[in-house]
Structure formats: structure tokens, C-alpha cells
Design a protein around this ligand. Sequence first.
Ligand SMILES: Cc1ncc(COP(=O)(O)O)c(C=O)c1O
Length: 455
Amino acid sequence: MGGKAYSLEPLPISPVQTKYRKMGDRFPVPESIPLLEQLRVYEPVSMSGQPPVVWAKAKGFQVSDHWGNTWLDWSSGVLVASAGHGRPEILKAIKAQAEKEMIHNYCFPSQIRTELSRKLVDLAPPEMDKAFILTTGSETTENAIKLSKAHGHKVGGPDKDVFITFDGAFHGRTLGSQLAGGSPALKAWIGKLDPSFVQVPFPGDFRVKDKSFGFFEKALADKGIKPENVCGVMTETYQGGIAAFLPVDYAQALRKWCDKYDILLIMDEVQAGFGRTGRMFGFEHYGIVPDLACFGKGISSSLPISAVIGRSKFMDAFEPGSMTSTHTGNPVCCAAAMASLDIVVKEDLPGQAATKGEILMNALSRIADAHPDNVLALNGKGMVAAVQVGSGGRLDGNLAWEIVRNCIVRGLLMFSPVGPEGASVKISPPIITPEDALEEGLQVLDEAFATALDS
Ligand SMILES: Cc1ncc(COP(=O)(O)O)c(C=O)c1O
């Protein structure tokens, strides 16, 4: 969520030199200040929300600047680099595609887009038999809204139009995806909201006490919404800001409810897809198959590419030419995605995430146990987790900010705190991070918590 810019005043820090990290004696790095200042001149303020670490090279699970500092990366560049940064296989595929002198083809057919759509469909459950390739995650959630409304209107007329999402959800920053988002502050700029977008409490939030599916139905009834008028329900497979999942029985009841009323169920897997949670797809944890799923980030571990995968019954709603995008299936991005998905399968990234996730969650539980008054919730699965911090039972974004800063100055790269009140310390290392590097990062996090809380 961000909310404040980092200071550009270099302050003294303790130098670090370990197997995986190297830090000088001041942060931000003094030599980086002119570049950071220029960015603040030429870019909108909104772009200054991440820690002032100038990326010069990102390789595997490490990020280095131009001045000899190296961080262990626990951001994966916001959950993109699942297979690792700058993988040689992906670089090779990008170069090979470029050398074919075919780097753009709009929606004209191409071999590489054919291969990637087939690959995405092959990886997905058999019911999900079509893939629509796009560029960003927001485009996929926008597309899910479009397909839900189209289906609703077709089977139920103009009143079957309500699109349900969850409080606290994040589905992107474009108009439709923000209408579907569940943080009122993020959509204050919209002004008059569209009443067909409705949010209900998210059962994975520690502050929501009733976690039964009955509470979902009650929330809708309280808002005067009839199931017959709902066209779609979309949820992040795990809510990104807090890394929290739905209860399994809730997700299964939701699936049945959607079937009963001819409503599309959409899983936003933009963060969860392709191994991150310890399964190929995060929705496998629920034992359900959605009608549509949205993917982005980890598809390519690198270049911008995203996809909606779903049932042809819904995916085929629009006539030729009326559901497209200029950069649909850019060939270089497709090549990167093909190479990355090969790694996901060959190196069993879902299995790796499940195994390393146990190490991660065990260590995080120990940190939580050491600070019972300040760790208000700990959630995660596989190689993603979030620790929500605060005091007196209230979330505290400043505390999360301090913990993240404590990590960064020690050479552990995190992105800015997220989630409600910006109070989540989010952990998402590249899945290929070796175990000893993961342990090293966990030690740093332990120190970062202790420094913030034990003084
Ligand atoms: C769950 C989820 N959905 C959608 C998006 C939007 O993706 P993008 O930033 O690529 O538009 C994000 C991005 O963080 C996300 O985490």
C-alpha cells in the first residue's frame, strides 16, 4: 500500500559481509542519491514507495546495486521472479526469439503464442480449456469482470450484474480492478462508485470472527442482494496483503453456491499461480476448479505477460475482434514465459515451495512466539507469508515500516509493507532460493524484529 517516501539522507549503518549479503556503511548508498533525486524529479510521487535500492543486477535470489552492495531478495520483484531473476534459460529464450526478427505481431497468429496458449491449457485442470494472453495482472481481472458481466446478462438479463469481491482484496490499479478491490482508501479517487461492485468480509482476516459461508450469504442479504442477481465472485486465492487463504470448507461452499445460481467463480492467481503456494495453482488447496483464473507475475519470472485461463463456455463470449489487446501474446514475452514454465515443471517449483515453505513458516512461528504482543497474525503457505504487526491488538504500519527498514540495511531486500494499514511484513523469496540462503534471511528477519521491538 505504501503511503510514504523513504528519506534520501544517507545514515550510518553497520557494514555487512556474508556469503550472500554485502552492505557498506551508509544507507541509502551515498552514490545512489543523485539518481534517486532525478527519479523524484521525473516520475510521479507515487513511484517513490519502494525502498531506495537501485537495482543494477538481479541474478537468482540476489539483487546488487552499482556500488558493490548485494541483498538477498525476499521480494521476487513483487512475486515475479519465482524461478529466480535473470535465469540463463529465460535469457536464452528471449535472445533467440529476438534473433528470429519477430518481436511483435499484434493479434496476428504466431507459433510462439500457439505454443504458450497450449502450454497454459495443458497445465490447467481439464475443465479450463482456453487461455487468453494479456500483459498485466490488472488486465486479467478486468477481463474476468467483463466475462462475468457478459455471462450474467446473457443468462439472466441486465439485472444479473452484481460482481462480488472481498474486503481487503487487491486486483490491480485500473478502474474496474479498483472497483473490485476491497480497500476503500484505494478507490477514494473514483468518486461515485458503481453499485454493481459489492464487497463482503474476507474470512481469512484475523479480525473477521465468523468464518462460515453462512456469513457470506448473510452479508449479501444484509446488503439486499439476491444471489440470482450476482454474475461473478472473484477472490484472490490468498489475499496478497496478508497472505491469508479462505477456509477450505468456505471455498467449497462458495463453489457450490456459484454453481447453484449460475455465477462465475474467479480465482485471482496473479500472485499465487505457478508454484508459489506449494501447488501449481493455489486453488488446488481448496479442491475446487474455478470458472476463470487470472495469472500474471510468476508466469515468466521476468517480462510482462499475463493470462486468463478458463472454461470455453465463458471464454468464448465475445465475437472475433472484440476481446483483444495490442500486446496480446507478445512473442518475446511468450518465449520468456515458455522458458520459465519449463523451469517451473522441470525443477518442480511447487514441490520446492512446499518444502521450503515449512522451513519458512516454522521460523516465522518462532519469531511470532517471541513477540506475542506485536505479532497480530501470521499467514502463509509455500514461499509466501505475511506477518501483521501492531500493539494493543491494533495494526501499526509504522512498526512494519521499521522492521522492513531494519531488514534492508542488513542486506535483506523486502518491498514496502502492505495490507490493511500497511502493517504487513510480506515475505516472498524466489522459490529457487537455496535453503541456507533462506535460513540466513530468516536470521536477519529475527534480528530486524528484535531491533524494532526489544529496545
Ligand atoms: C492478486 C493480484 N491481482 C492483480 C494484480 C495486478 O497486477 P498488475 O500490477 O500486473 O496489473 C496484482 C498485483 O500486485 C495482484 O497481486
